[in-house]
Design a protein around this ligand. Sequence first.
Ligand SMILES: [Zn+2]
Length: 65
Amino acid sequence: MSEENFICRNQSCGTPWEQSEVVIKNEGQGPLFRCPLCGARNYLEVFEGDDGKPVYEQVDGKPFL
Ligand SMILES: [Zn+2]
């Protein structure tokens, strides 16, 4: 089973990252990571996986609050 990649949403960057390559944090608008290359914010949704560990999925743009 391959790990799902994130892709930087900055169109001039578009670099794919594995979850292990980025730092996921929450600045109050849900989980996000900053692209290590260009610094763009990439927003994520978090789900609880079968094993109880968080699973992150990338969302387009900003999450609606
Ligand atoms: Zn980027």
